[in-house]
Ligand binder design. Structure first.
Ligand code: PLP
Length: 426
């Protein structure tokens, strides 16, 4: 038995499923989850002292690699001054200014402690602002686990085969209209019927919870037009894509201005942080300036702000995203080449520092339906082969992968060498 095996057995006795977030349980790939004790740069080390090249990056935040010296130092400095006060601190304004400077569509921003809180609060704000109840989301997009948004959600829910969670009252779910990602006609049709009742469209501008699906030309543009026509708030959920697909997120890649943006992952530098922000007129609707209530004991926590701010400073440096995108391209091009050489039907996607791998005959995967037709058994075999070779990928066929600035030529090459061996066994 491995240390991970022992630890998992012990954990299962007192933590449901042995994990604090379902996808970690390896249900999507089978086998025993790996327990980790340390991370450094592109590498993580498990409890059995095996080292892996890591493409999960704590599910996105670790865009500088693990334990980046400047992030660690800034947290250490703050530690000595106290862990939090539940009162305003100067660093919160510095952080807010930095976010507004980086993302032009954000005039004002509110910090929270997770992506789930960010999207949940943005939805409440949009409902309060428009005085409407219905929201539109897209099948396979995940926006955290608040009731309104846990309808036909992707990733964890998809992995477990529970697209609609018990516990979400039908009377709540009925206000969520779920449409087809990358199908603007379905949106126009729905809005022709009920558009004047829809408070918000929430969308992942690059879908990262049904593998990695970039928007087709015209989709995001169409959402903007529909929202303008019907007075609906357009929310880009950039919890994953923000500071990841480009410094200013997917909205800068595709040049579309949302009304509200939700953020998470990278913005916390690895600490629990989320944020939502956007147009001043809408943001002023939130308490205490406005009537829509939202709050948080640990919101704007100074330790988390220090880590996040240092992270944002580092990724704002010139050429950071060019380097990240180039390494991501080397990885996906190299994987494609090796899969072709091994005669494995395979395709890839990538935007900035995020990527998708698809075991499919189709060259271009743009829909949720196509994703669900990919060969999951082959992915699972590939997954365990790569794990054995010392490459840690997300343990689900429905998750995007993440490259960090610490993934250099050496790590990419080692990953491609490993993949070549594993493709040969499929
Ligand atoms: N929105 C998106 C696009 C996400 O990918 C996630 C998490 O993966 C969330 C929201 C929820 O964030 P959190 O897990 O921090 O609550």
């Amino acid at each position: 038995m491995t240390q991970s095996g022992d630890l998992f057995q012990a954990a299962q006795k007192i933590i449901p499923g042995g994990v604090n977030s379902p996808v970690r349980a390896f249900k999507g790939v089978g086998g025993t989850p790996i327990f980790f004790k340390k991370g450094e740069g592109a590498y993580i080390t498990d409890e059995d002292d095996k080292r892996y090249i890591d493409y999960v990056g704590s599910w996105g935040p670790m865009i500088l690699g693990h334990a980046h010296p400047r992030v660690i130092q800034s947290v250490e400095e703050q530690l000595k001054a106290g862990l939090g006060f539940g009162a305003p601190t100067a660093i919160e304004t510095t952080m807010a200014q930095k976010v507004c400077d980086i993302i032009p569509s954000i005039d004002m921003v509110r910090m929270v402690s997770s992506g789930t809180e960010a999207t949940m609060s943005a939805i409440r704000l949009a409902r309060g602002y428009t005085n409407r109840d219905k929201i539109v989301k897209f099948e396979g997009c995940y926006h955290g686990h608040s009731d309104s948004l846990l309808v036909k959600a992707g990733s964890g829910a998809l992995t477990l085969g529970v697209p609609n969670s018990p516990g979400v009252p039908a009377s709540v779910a009925e206000h969520t209209i779920t449409l087809t990602y990358n199908d603007i006609e379905s949106v126009k049709q729905a809005f022709a019927e009920v558009g004047d009742q829809v408070a918000a469209i929430i969308v992942e501008p690059v879908a990262g919870n049904m593998n990695c699906i970039p928007p087709v030309p015209g989709f995001l543009e169409g959402l903007r037009e529909v929202c303008d026509q019907y007075g609906t708030v357009l929310i880009f959920d950039e919890v994953m894509t923000g500071f990841r697909t480009a410094l200013a997120g997917a909205q800068s890649v595709y040049n579309i201005t949302p009304d509200l943006t939700t953020l998470g992952k990278v913005i916390g530098g690895g600490m629990p942080v989320g944020a939502f922000g956007g147009k001043r007129e809408i943001m002023e609707y939130i308490a205490p300036t406005g009537p829509v209530y939202q709050a948080g004991t640990l919101s704007g926590n100074p330790l988390a702000m220090r880590a996040g701010l240092t992270m944002l400073e580092e990724i704002s440096k010139p050429s950071f995203f060019e380097g990240l995108a180039e390494h991501t391209k080397q990885l996906t091009d190299g994987l494609l080449e090796r899969a072709k050489a091994a005669n494995i039907p395979f395709s890839v996607s990538r935007v900035g520092g995020m990527f998708g791998l698809f075991f499919t005959e189709e060259d271009n995967v743009t829909t949720f339906q196509q994703v669900t037709k990919c060969n999951v058994e082959r992915f699972q075999k590939f997954y365990h082969g790569m794990l054995e070779q010392g490459v840690y990928l997300a343990p689900s066929a429905y998750e995007a992968g993440f490259v960090s600035a610490a993934h250099g030529h050496k790590e990419i090459q080692a990953t491609l060498d490993a993949a070549e061996k594993v493709f040969a066994t499929l």
